[in-house]
Each structure stands twice: as C-alpha cells, then as structure tokens.
Design a protein around this ligand. Structure first.
Ligand SMILES: [Zn+2]
Length: 239
C-alpha cells in the first residue's frame, strides 16, 4: 500500500529517517534529502536592521555612521526555505521548526554560542490566537537545544496589521513602538542576545524589537533569521 507524504512525515517524527520537507528517505545524520538541499541558496550577507542594507564590514558593529543591529539570515527565501516558512507559519506544520533551526545552524555565517540568549520576535496576541502558536518561538526553542543556548520569551507585541504587501517605509511605520518588555521580564545582564525570527525582508521588525532590548540595557543584540527575502522576490501571499 502506498504511503502518503503526510503519513511519511508523521512516521518520520518517530523514525527520524525521512526528509522533514518532502518525506523521502534520508541518509543517516542528514538534515534534509539531497533533492531538498539542491533547492537551498545560502545567504552570504548580513543586513543592517536600521536600513535593510548589506553590512560592508563582516565583523558588524563598528561600521561608521550606521545604527541598528546586524541581522544574519541563513538562506535566501526562494526555493525550499520559502516553502518551509509558509508551511511552518500558515499550514500548522510545527514539526518543521526543527529542520528550520538545523538549517540556521548549518548555513548561517554566524550562529549563537553556548551561553548566549535567544529571544524570539513575538507575535501579537490576536495573530497568536488565530495561529495557535508563534513560529519564531518554536524556531528559537529548537535553536536553543541545538546551540546550547537558552530561549527567553521576554518581549511582547501589540497587535498590528501584517507587514505583507507594505513598502519599506510603511513597514517601519507599522512596527514602530509595537514591541515592549513582557510583564516583569528583564534583559539578562551582559549576555549576547540573539533576536530570532523566520524571515527578514526590510529588517524593520528586527530593528523595532532590538530597540526595546537596547533601551532596557542589552549590550549586544544580533538578529538571526532562517531566510532573507528580497522585496522583489516571490511574495508571501498566504495569511
Ligand atoms: Zn527532501
């Protein structure tokens, strides 16, 4: 009897020998199958959160006259990563968070070190209720277990319209002032903090969220996403 791709994925959760993306059989120790890996393009450049422009200086912080934080993305959105983001974010396929975290650790030019703190970019209360989860928090938790870091959900977000379809300036305006410290949470002292999200486009969400952490005493904040999506690339149409 033929096994459907869905059944293969469910089976994979127990056997861990099928590709989490397509359900075909997987070599021992591999994250994705050879076919899926062909559909991944590494993102070679980090971007400034304040401008969305590429970092000229790979070491980050000292670039003169530029504010904001460096945002590292592991892969480009096009191809498989975009499909994984859509399935994780809109189709309820939470199991893909593990593969997404694995892709970050394997492909990002800079990754968290043991002892660093991961902070997921929060979703608004309404969005989280509709979806039942925040994909950035799932990603952050999986990343924590792979990197030896801790994931702290210390930010909260006001409900704001989706960023989808907005121009860069509208995106910045849309997320300005929507992030806050959650309850009585504090920024961990002296820690390297990584803001974790699924996708960066203009980096405006990262910039706004990082601003809160820096205002509340963070000394080192770096952005980290699975995918970097150019605004001209295929757009996210699902909601
Ligand atoms: Zn595959």
């Amino acid at each position: 009897m033929a096994i459907s791709p869905l059944s293969k994925n469910i089976l994979g959760l127990f056997l861990r020998k099928v590709c989490p993306s397509c359900g075909c059989s997987l070599e021992e120790g591999e994250l994705l199958c050879a076919w899926c890996k062909l559909r991944i393009d590494r993102c070679s450049k980090a971007h400034w959160s304040s401008t969305g422009t590429p970092l000229g200086n790979p070491s980050g912080y000292m670039e003169a006259g530029v504010t904001g934080i460096p945002v590292y993305s592991a892969v480009l959105y096009r191809g498989l990563p975009g499909e994984i983001v859509v399935r994780l974010k809109y189709k309820g396929e939470k199991h893909l968070a593990r593969a997404a975290a694995g892709m970050i650790m394997r492909y990002s030019t800079k990754v968290p070190a043991p002892g660093d703190i991961l902070v997921p970019v929060p979703a608004g209360r309404k969005r989280k209720r509709e979806r039942g989860y925040n994909q950035a928090a799932l990603l952050s938790a999986k990343l924590a277990s792979l990197s030896g870091c801790r994931s702290h959900d210390i930010l909260k977000k006001d409900d704001s319209p989706s960023q989808v379809g907005l121009s860069p300036s509208q995106r910045r305006e849309n997320v300005a002032g929507v992030f806050h410290m959650s309850g009585r949470c504090r920024v961990p002292e002296g820690a390297n903090i990584w803001l974790v999200d699924d996708v960066a486009t203009t980096c405006s969400t990262m910039d706004s969220a990082a601003g809160v952490l820096l205002d509340f005493g963070a000394v080192s904040v770096t952005g980290l996403t699975l995918a970097y999506r150019k605004r001209t690339a295929d757009s996210i149409i699902h909601r």
